[in-house]
Design a protein around this ligand. Structure first.
Ligand code: COA
Length: 259
């Protein structure tokens, strides 16, 4: 198990940190000693999330930012460094998605998801780079994707293309920025039962059991499973790991490939 020293002294910025997997990562990081900046489009939500972390003794700040806007992202990075004195870990977690057959998807619908997921991740990496480079721990970038970005995702071509793009971007940056001591990795969650996305796209749609059976383990994961992987990658535990994609999906993609 991790100790409460595992992330001691580190500063992390988490996009989409107000809810779901992003909030779980932020809360876990704070419990393990990190200072966390939560960023999201909904100011009230990120402020409330940061207050809850502070309430339980963690160090947290929050700021409104839309990851589609580079100036917003840069301002959030600058505010993090101003408040906490450094930036050691960037978690690109913010995402947008909806199910829509590609033939019916409008160009603006396509652009919206690419903007949030792929462009937002690039903006985060780009704005954070000068600070990650000077991190005393060695910088760490962690982006949340999905193996559906590798296998293809019928009904969500925009999200699939964006997530595949993030994987490629991350591998590129792992090599470009390895000499700066920055590690760049992705995490591919499978269906995480206690998230809004799985609730809306699977459970509410009456496909909960079917989707759980698609995993090798036959069940949904928990947000904590993803936070644990993010702790590993953000801490010294993963200090020689870069350019990797940690798959935390209960064996879903392998079962998909195995047929
Ligand atoms: N089916 C088809 N098209 C859709 C759609 C859907 N379910 N939802 C949005 N779009 C299209 C819109 O029609 C619009 O295109 P248009 O101008 O050609 O009509 C475009 O996408 C942008 O939609 P808009 O609602 O203006 O964007 P937004 O910035 O307010 O929100 C999302 C974009 C992706 C965040 C929004 O769809 C959303 O709230 N999704 C659910 C929450 C979510 O994604 N959570 C992430 C966990 S997976």
């Amino acid at each position: 198990m991790f100790t409460n020293e595992t992330l001691q002294g580190r500063v992390a910025l988490i996009t989409g940190g107000g809810t779901g997997i992003g909030l779980e990562i932020a809360t876990t990081y704070a419990r393990l000693g990190a200072s966390v900046m939560l960023v999201g489009r909904n100011e009230e939500r990120v402020q409330a999330a940061a207050a809850a972390i502070t309430q339980e003794g963690g160090k947290a700040q929050a700021m409104r930012a839309d990851v589609r806007n580079y100036d917003d992202v840069k301002a959030a990075v600058d505010a993090t460094v101003e408040k906490f004195g450094a930036l050691d870990i960037l978690v690109n977690n913010a995402a947008g998605n909806f199910v829509c057959p590609t033939a019916e998807l409008s160009p603006n619908g396509w652009r919206t998801v690419i903007d949030i997921d792929l462009n937002g991740t690039f903006y985060g990496c780009h704005a954070a780079y000068p600070h990650l480079k000077t991190s005393t721990f060695g910088g760490s970038i962690i982006s949340i994707i999905t193996m559906l970005g590798v296998t293809g995702w019928p009904g969500a071509a925009h999200a699939s293309a964006a997530k595949g793009g993030i994987l490629s971007l991350s591998r590129t940056l792992a090599v470009e920025w390895g000499g700066d001591g920055i590690r760049v990795n992705t995490i591919s969650p499978g269906p995480i039962g206690d998230t809004e996305g799985v609730q809306r796209m699977y459970i509410d749609a009456g496909k909960g059991d079917l989707e759980a059976r698609k995993t090798a383990l036959g069940r949904f994961g928990r947000k904590a499973d993803i936070a644990n992987a993010a702790v590993y990658l953000g801490s010294d535990l993963g200090s020689y790991v870069t350019g990797d994609n940690i798959i935390v999906d209960g064996g879903r993609w392998l079962k998909y490939v195995a047929g």
